[in-house]
Design a protein around this ligand. Structure first.
Ligand code: FMN
Length: 147
């Protein structure tokens, strides 16, 4: 069974998830945004939060949207202002995930990502898995141990 993890990460929590899934046999496709996010945390949150709130889709660098050969596709996104991140908004607009075995893994600092959950439920009728800062809290990775 061929499994693929497509994800975005701005501050490396998603990379920790990717490393865990790689050990479970997933191929990894990291999404690179053409937008330059500030390193300053406040400005980063302002810019990313604005984009997420208005459902913006970032332009992506060399994104490979071919998922035909995979039996399972997992999408990973940070939570931005309770929503999906702008790079992942773009990803889901490019991929046809219907009729695929899919899951979403979201990483947040403490929020439940209710808006993101609602969007995923509306589009795909599934519940995402939410991890709280997996870079710091390795225990959170137990939530994806059966994936
Ligand atoms: C632009 C921005 C907005 C964020 N908004 C939220 C939020 O609404 N709720 C929350 O719990 N965490 C929020 N966070 C924290 C991130 O979701 C969290 O740190 C996540 O683990 C980051 O994943 P990454 O390191 O892979 O980018 C936000 C972070 C950024 C940069």
């Amino acid at each position: 069974m061929k499994k693929l993890f497509i994800y975005y990460s701005l501050t490396n929590n998603g990379d920790v998830v990717a490393n865990t899934l790689k050990k479970k046999g997933y191929e990894i496709r990291k999404v690179i945004s053409k937008s330059k996010y500030p390193r300053n945390k406040f400005l980063m949150i302002m810019m990313g939060g604005y984009k997420a709130t208005f459902n913006k889709k970032d332009k992506l660098l060399d994104f490979n949207k071919d998922i035909n050969n995979y039996d399972k596709v997992v999408i990973g996104s940070p939570i931005w202002n309770d929503r999906l991140s702008a790079p992942i908004n773009k990803v889901i607009s490019l991929l046809d995930l219907n009729n695929k075995d899919i899951d979403f893994i979201l990483y947040s600092s403490s929020g439940k990502g209710e808006h993101a959950k609602d969007k995923i439920k509306d589009l795909y009728n599934i519940e995402p898995i939410i991890l709280k800062e997996p870079k710091k809290n390795n225990k959170e990775l137990d939530k994806i141990k059966n994936m």
